[in-house]
Ligand binder design. Structure first.
Ligand code: AMP
Ligand code: MG
Length: 311
């Protein structure tokens, strides 16, 4: 099949830019189906959309349990497991802190120590009570709120892959706001080459390329959403222990793995923990990673030495 023989959709969802490209120009319907799947996930999981499952759970915090879809139960279960295995570095109840800082929304607002302490008291993943028989979710304290921003894109990317492969697609690339999944080989039968964003440069400037087949590549970095005040960069990945943007000596973390939802949770957790503290979490996941330190040094795990080339 020729390289030009593809169809593509670019669209906004999950608070970011996305594209899906499939190398099968006859599968328009399938492509549309994949896009609607992302839109449905967006509608279910957005904390901003009034009436979404997550919005209803958040509004009922400390008041009552909320009936939700099986899909939300499934994702909250994954999130819970990951919060446990990362010692709370990954925590979907981080929303009160996300709102307090308002990175990318409130200009260069710096919260006071008291405000941070107050919000921090609400961050506690164990307060998300899932009632499986009744399919309900309850947040135990008034003011608590869930934010799936750290895993929703990964989950949606996995779902797009499922829709496409079940539809018989053998060559495709999916990019949901930097959560990349490749299916099969490129039409010319070579490996997909995915650019890794250089966290010090403008979007689209690559640190290097990873060559892969049937894998997901996810990056979390300081360059995605941030403001700079008095020479300090405040970015959107928050450390639940300090209540502030994580300072773990990293500019970005890239994870290469099988499941995009796990890779997405991992990048966020590893960014919070840093290279040393995150070692065991990474090992247990079986995924590979690329770290860029504050000093601009690049470290890759052994399994990637053959597949990663610096630009
Ligand atoms: P990512 O780009 O995947 O690292 O996700 C960052 C997004 O996840 C942020 O914009 C927040 O919505 C949310 N978030 C920030 N800090 C955390 C955290 N420690 N645990 C879980 N989600 C977080
Ligand atoms: Mg993430």
């Amino acid at each position: 099949m020729k390289e030009s023989n593809y169809i593509e959709r670019e669209f906004e969802a999950l608070g970011t830019y996305n594209y899906i490209r499939i190398y099968d120009s006859e599968s328009e319907d399938l492509l549309e189906q994949a896009v609607s799947r992302v839109m449905d996930i967006n509608n279910l999981m957005s904390a901003f959309r009034p009436g979404s499952d997550i919005d209803r759970i958040n509004h009922n915090a400390g008041i009552k349990a909320t009936p939700v879809s099986e899909e939300i139960i499934h994702l909250l279960t994954i999130a819970r497991r990951f919060s446990e295995s990362s010692g709370g570095a990954f925590d979907i109840t981080v929303r009160p802190l996300v709102q307090l800082w308002g990175i990318g929304k409130k200009g260069d607002y710096l919260p006071t120590r008291e405000e941070i302490e107050e919000a921090k008291r609400l961050i506690h993943y164990e307060d998300v009570i899932i009632d499986y028989p009744n399919s309900t979710v309850y947040l135990q304290k008034v003011g608590q709120a869930i934010d799936l921003g750290g895993i929703a894109k990964g989950y949606a990317a996995d779902e797009v892959r499922r829709v496409l492969t079940e539809g018989g697609i053998q060559s495709a690339i999916i990019n949901l706001g930097g959560n990349v999944i490749t299916i099969g080989l490129r039409p010319d039968k070579t490996l997909w080459r995915v650019g890794i964003q250089n966290p010090k440069e403008v979007t689209g400037t690559y640190l290097g390329m990873v060559s892969i087949e049937n894998k997901t590549i996810v990056t979390s970095g300081v360059n995605e959403r941030y403001f700079i005040k008095d020479g300090i960069r405040y970015h959107h990945i928050l450390d639940p222990r300090t209540g502030a943007p994580a300072r773990s000596g990293l500019l970005s973390v890239t994870v290469v793995g099988e499941s995009s939802v796990i890779a997405d949770a991992l990048t966020t957790a590893l960014f919070v923990l840093g290279m040393e503290q995150g070692k065991d979490v990474l090992k247990a996941s079986g995924a590979e990673a690329i770290f860029v330190t504050d000093a601009g040094k690049v470290f890759t795990t052994k399994g990637l030495r053959e597949n990663f080339n610096l630009a």
